[in-house]
Design a protein around this ligand. Sequence first.
Ligand SMILES: *[C@@H]1O[C@H](CO)[C@@H](O)[C@H](O)[C@H]1NC(C)=O
Ligand SMILES: *[C@@H]1O[C@H](CO)[C@@H](O)[C@H](O)[C@H]1NC(C)=O
Ligand SMILES: *[C@@H]1O[C@H](CO)[C@@H](O)[C@H](O)[C@H]1NC(C)=O
Ligand SMILES: *[C@@H]1O[C@H](CO)[C@@H](O)[C@H](O)[C@H]1NC(C)=O
Ligand SMILES: *[C@@H]1O[C@H](CO)[C@@H](O)[C@H](O)[C@H]1NC(C)=O
Ligand SMILES: *[C@@H]1O[C@H](CO)[C@@H](O)[C@H](O)[C@H]1NC(C)=O
Length: 226
Amino acid sequence: MVHVLVSLILCLLFMSGGFLTLALKDATMSSCIEEERQALLDVKANLIDLNGILNEWGRKEKKMDCCKWVGVTCNNHTGRVIELDLTFNSSSFVGKISPSLHVLNQLQNIKLSGINFQSIPLPSILGSLSNLQGLEISGANLSGPIPHQLTNLSNLLRLDLSHNSLTGSLPFSFRNLTSLTYLDLSQNQLGGYVAMDLSNNRFEGRVPLLPFRLAALNLSGNREPA
Ligand SMILES: *[C@@H]1O[C@H](CO)[C@@H](O)[C@H](O)[C@H]1NC(C)=O
Ligand SMILES: *[C@@H]1O[C@H](CO)[C@@H](O)[C@H](O)[C@H]1NC(C)=O
Ligand SMILES: *[C@@H]1O[C@H](CO)[C@@H](O)[C@H](O)[C@H]1NC(C)=O
Ligand SMILES: *[C@@H]1O[C@H](CO)[C@@H](O)[C@H](O)[C@H]1NC(C)=O
Ligand SMILES: *[C@@H]1O[C@H](CO)[C@@H](O)[C@H](O)[C@H]1NC(C)=O
Ligand SMILES: *[C@@H]1O[C@H](CO)[C@@H](O)[C@H](O)[C@H]1NC(C)=O
């Protein structure tokens, strides 16, 4: 009997210890990891912040937790940055897309539409962000070709690069982006005939806006337009 009681108490102690560890973990997991904080600071350093919108993105002690910075969303459990959205006041920013973005390799969404990127090309480094589901950089004064590396983004659901000055043609390998449900490349200077097989995607409703004359557009296997 005593033996059973002792086991029970030990067991209870062990369990509460487990809870305690979990609770502590939750409390400490709120901070972002240093490497990602530095990468975000480099994103900031590449932008002229006309209205001081990113003043709270800082180096000082109380400005350490990048998960609390405006425009940044982290995974609650891992503390990794999963979304960067600077569209809430995009006209405040002029500059470049930082190559340090590749450090933020858990990013699922990048929303930089409306920022004036001063005619720079879209960096091919974006193609290394393999967890990306949404990439929205429309109306952002981008020029040059669409880097073929973007076709590496096999989880991409939503791609909006409309209203820029992109040139060249859509890389043929774009047909590999089989998860895409939304594609908008309208209002660019893309050209050329493109044979594109978009069958067996999950396009719904509106047919995506394509900027070029199509030699082939196969939307069979998609859902019927609403
Ligand atoms: C952007 O920020 C500036 C300065 O804080 C503010 O005056 C302006 O109203 C903001 N614009 C939007 C669309 O929030
Ligand atoms: C993370 O936590 C915040 C605040 O507790 C909550 O609002 C948000 O929905 C959570 N996000 C996720 C992805 O669980
Ligand atoms: C795009 O960037 C170029 C180079 O900085 C600049 O001359 C041009 O005015 C910009 N266009 C727009 C629409 O902001
Ligand atoms: C494309 O993805 C593969 C596998 O994930 C990776 O090894 C390669 O470096 C990526 N290429 C680019 C250009 O990011
Ligand atoms: C596209 O996918 C095919 C087969 O799934 C593969 O052989 C090819 O290398 C891919 N192309 C690119 C550019 O990733
Ligand atoms: C369109 O795609 C479907 C499914 O992949 C295929 O069966 C069909 O032959 C294609 N149509 C044309 C005209 O290529």
